[in-house]
Design a protein around this ligand. Structure first.
Ligand code: DGY
Length: 382
């Protein structure tokens, strides 16, 4: 039997309660655990609904607050690690599932699919979803690029959605993760990177299932909404830079299926609002730090003091930029935080206007082949 976990912050209570009910009614689920950040209105709504769901379904629904386990910004990582600790110490379920609590397209087949592939012997089952060609911009330009550049011979760059929060793991995998000091320390958005990395490094057998209805949830506006996530996801990759991963892990991916037009026609972010960020918040120190990059990149970057410029940061320039960031970026330095944010927006705008602008199919083909080109280039250099 399995424990299903919904980490949450402030969400629409009716969406979360509906998802709890869906999970609690599933025949493979022996308990539902909701992990909140503080006792606010969503917490109160779940507390009020939980006894009814338990009475109707016969499945206990428990509600806890996340512990302070890590040492970075208290965030998603503390929530997920709190759930792993609960799973190992307070539950006798064989498997744990995580699902974002705000998904309006969640249904029982998500749990069934994960269980079926775990029954086949996989230690980890991850769901992946169709996403708009201009969505998942941290996944593509930070995480998958980083995995390709640093571990080109491993399975890491081939993982569809390494930052995805919908996954199943066995007790053994959970115990390995929680025994790891770096995983426990990663209390922020970097936790997904750490989990994915360690799973592959520890040799967990991984299956990725395709969920064609996609993950319907809140959308982003200006890319500012993703600034903290970007900084923390890059810092997580950087913290792993000196680790080695062998190339023998078993990792299979279910092929993608139809992509609903609501997803293929969606814009992932507000282009104009994001462009305007490029000329804002410059400091003399950022201008100085720009000097770490090769001259054409430095000059292109500094041109943004006057007006938005992004034509210079193409695929090959991003490879060079990424290498400089790996060696120079300081996650605790506000000027570096702002500079990586600007560089990433520039790269995202460059890709949007040269590849995504040619349509969904072209954009996705471009992103996949870009990761392949990077890993070949990195493998040649190693
Ligand atoms: C990503 O890049 O995957 C983040 O979820 C933002 O879209």
């Amino acid at each position: 039997m399995s424990l299903v976990v919904f980490p949450f912050k402030t969400e629409k209570p009716e969406v979360v309660v509906n998802n709890i009910d869906t999970a609690a009614s599933h025949e493979r689920v022996s308990e539902v655990l909701c992990v909140g950040v503080e006792e606010e209105q969503t917490y109160a709504a779940i507390a009020a609904a939980a006894p009814h769901v338990t009475a109707e379904t016969g499945t206990p629904v428990n509600l806890i607050l996340q512990d302070r386990i890590g040492s970075l910004r208290p965030g998603k990582g503390d929530g997920m690690n709190t759930a792993l600790l609960y799973f190992l110490e307070k539950s006798d379920a064989a498997r744990i599932h995580f699902y974002d609590s705000d998904i309006t397209s969640f249904n029982q087949s998500w749990i069934t699919k994960a269980e079926e592939f775990a029954d086949l012997g996989y230690d980890v089952v991850r769901h992946y979803f169709p996403r708009a060609a201009t969505d998942a911009m941290i996944t593509w330009f930070i995480t998958r690029v980083g995995f390709a550049v640093l571990w080109p011979r491993s399975e890491l760059p081939w993982i569809e959605q390494p930052l995805g929060g919908e996954l199943l793991m066995t007790r053994e995998v959970a115990a390995d993760l929680l025994a790891d000091e770096a995983v426990r320390a990663q209390s922020d958005w970097g936790v997904d990177t750490l989990y994915t990395f360690r799973m592959i490094q520890n040799g967990a057998k991984m299956f990725e299932t395709y969920v064609k209805e996609g993950k319907a949830h809140k959308l982003y506006g200006r890319l500012t909404d993703l600034r903290t996530m970007l900084v923390e996801c890059f810092a997580a990759i950087q913290s792993l830079e000196n680790e080695t991963v062998d190339g023998t892990t078993l990792h299979r991916v279910q092929p993608p299926d139809v992509v609903p037009s609501a997803i293929s026609e969606k814009l992932g972010y507000d282009i104009e609002a994001s462009m305007s960020l490029l000329t804002e918040r410059w400091t003399p120190r950022q201008e100085e730090l720009a000097g770490f990059f090769p001259v054409p990149i430095r000059d292109g970057l500094l041109a943004n003091l006057q007006r938005p410029r992004f034509g210079f940061l193409d695929e090959s320039a991003w490879f060079d930029t990424y290498l400089v960031l790996l060696s120079e970026f300081d996650k605790d330095d506000p000027d570096w935080q702002e500079l990586i944010f600007k560089l990433w927006i520039i790269r995202v705008l460059n890709y949007t206007t040269t590849a995504a602008a040619r349509g969904y199919a072209y954009g996705m083909r471009y992103l996949r082949s870009m990761v392949e080109r990077y890993l070949r280039q990195a493998a040649l250099a190693k």
